[in-house]
Design a protein. Sequence first.
Length: 203
Amino acid sequence: MAEVVLFHSALGLRPGVTSAADMLRAAGHAVHAPDYYDGEVFDDLDEGLRKRDELGMTEIVRRAREAVAGLPAGLVFAGFSLGNDAAELLAATTPGAQGAVLMHSAVPVEGFSEFGVERWPKEVPVQVHYAAEDPWVVAEEEVAPLGDAVRGAGAAFEEYTYPGSGHLFTDPDLPEYDRASSEAMWERVLAFLDRVDARGSDV
């Protein structure tokens, strides 16, 4: 069993996020899905981004850290879009982190310099998923440098692209939902968690 913290996107803790958490639990993993939006959820991205801006990234990160403060070591941090900022930062700074699963975005390591991150930690694997034509993802400027940093730290880096331009293509309640891509992604996520679990069992 892997223990996962799953952070929501700028749209809040939508049913698509809670159902994803339930699916991972059904596969045998422990999953925590913090709400750092005070219970607010949005259908419109602009409204969600306004909420993000009202809080500010420093406050979002503080809330994310507070949400995991009482959890045991050995966590996998995962996120959807905006949630990847918290997931990636916590994977880079939490002792004993077992991995990061980044869905629909990624940030180069230097993007977290204001939070004291200088390099990716040793042996913390990362898996990234995004649509090939997603206008919110600039792969050569975001995903590629993260991959270089992760591999440079001696960890596995997996990058998967999916057809189309839908950003949150895994959320069944949104117009950009792509069932085939979503199912393929979750198969890869579950395989990643199984590898993390097996690695932890070998320690």
